[in-house]
Each structure stands twice: as C-alpha cells, then as structure tokens.
Design a protein around this ligand. Structure first.
Ligand SMILES: N[C@@H](CCC(=O)N[C@@H](CS)C(=O)NCC(=O)O)C(=O)O
Length: 121
C-alpha cells in the first residue's frame, strides 16, 4: 500500500519550486542541520516552502520513504530531491547549487552565494 503521506508530499513539491522539509520553520529552525540549510537559502534570498516535519509525524516518516533518504533536512527543487545538509553545503561551496537554481529558473542572489564561498575560504 502506498504511504498516505505521499499525496501531501507530492502536492508540496509539485506546487512549490523549492521545498525544504526541515525540523522547525525557516524563521525558527529546531535543529542545527535544518538551520544550516534554511540559513543558506534565506541568505541567498531563495523563496521556498518550509515544511516542519516536527509538526507531523506522518510527513516526518513519509518523506524519508518517499525520497529513500534517512534524515531531515531534505531539499527539493522542481519536484526533484537534491539532498540534505552535507550535500547542500558542498553544493553551495562548489557553486553547483547556483547552477541548479539557475537551470531551474529559481531566483537567488549570486552576490550572497559568492559571499558564503568567500567566507569559507
Ligand atoms: N548528515 C545529515 C545530517 C542530518 C541528520 O543527521 N538528521 C537527523 C537528526 S536531525 C535526522 O533527521 N534523524 C531522523 C529523524 O530525526 O527523524 C545531512 O547531511 O543532512
């Protein structure tokens, strides 16, 4: 049987270009890993929907099964799973995240992304 949480997950990732499944909210993350990814997106000015998995146990478990990825946070762009905290951090520093956002027509501040890279040298 299909996980009943999948419908809500599919709806979120279909109706929003960028979705972050996280612990807490974009303005009040409740886990360091979620905070890190939300912080990057916020700083880069990316518009995204934050889904607080702590508010819904079915989504918390469902998203792990849906993406076949065992942890939170999880970032989706245009319906595709991109990664968790480690992957997003690496992609930010390598510039791959910029490319992915550009290719998908998602607006962000290149200047802010460059500043993150500059401060991590
Ligand atoms: N290495 C992971 C770190 C994330 C992580 O370890 N998350 C844990 C603790 S917040 C988690 O989601 N555990 C399962 C759960 O809490 O449902 C990443 O890159 O995202």
């Amino acid at each position: 049987m299909t996980n009943p949480a999948f419908d809500a997950i599919k709806s979120d990732i279909t109706n929003n270009d960028v979705v972050l499944f996280m612990k807490g909210t974009s303005s009040m993350p409740q886990c360091g890993f979620s905070s890190r990814v939300a912080g990057v997106l916020n700083y880069m000015g990316v518009e995204y929907k934050d889904v607080n998995v702590l508010a819904d146990e079915a989504i918390r478990n469902g998203i792990k099964e849906f993406s076949d990825w065992p942890t939170i946070p999880q970032l989706y762009v245009k319906g595709e799973f991109v990664g968790g905290c480690d992957i997003i951090t690496e992609m930010t520093l390598s510039g791959e995240l910029d490319t992915l956002l550009e290719e998908n027509g998602v607006a962000f501040s290149k200047e802010a992304a460059d500043k993150i890279r500059e401060s991590n040298k």
